[in-house]
Write a protein that binds this ligand. Structure first.
Ligand SMILES: [Zn+2]
Ligand SMILES: [Zn+2]
Length: 139
């Protein structure tokens, strides 16, 4: 077991590999999240500011829940986070839809590049053959 400082209160606690918070703050964190959930059930279209002031929870914490994908902003124009890749406003998570698609196709691109590398090697081989034949002709 590793002893680390709690990301919220700084207290030393035994790291469980899951939470950056000590058990006390984890409970507090969870309780806050439940309160936000209940608040959003009662006020389905509440803004981040309304939740923050209504529940007296720091905006920073609400932002953290959004980043973790535990909360989502419902109203289309109510963007609160930025995509970590391109900076476009997003509603939940870390990346916008198009960057998620890019990340997906990025993997495909790597595969395609690997394929075209093989093709290049094949082309180069046939080039060499041509030159070899040329040399033969000179002889
Ligand atoms: Zn703590
Ligand atoms: Zn993006």
């Amino acid at each position: 077991m590793r002893t680390v400082n709690c990301a919220r209160c700084g207290r030393l606690y035994e790291y469980n590999g899951i939470s950056d918070y000590c058990p006390i703050c984890m409970q507090y964190d969870e309780a806050n999240f439940q309160r936000i959930k209940e608040y959003l059930n009662e006020h389905p279209k509440a803004t981040v500011m309304q939740v923050a002031t209504g529940l007296d929870i720091p905006v920073k914490m609400i932002k953290k829940y959004l980043r973790e994908g535990r909360l989502e902003i419902v109203e289309a124009e109510n963007f609160f986070l930025e995509c970590e890749k391109c900076g476009v406003p997003i509603k939940t998570g870390r990346f916008c839809d198009s960057c998620i698609r890019d990340l997906d196709s990025g993997i495909k691109k790597v595969i395609n590049e690997a394929k075209s590398n093989i093709n290049n090697i094949n082309n180069r081989r046939s080039d060499e053959k041509m030159r070899y034949l040329d040399k033969n002709k000179i002889k």
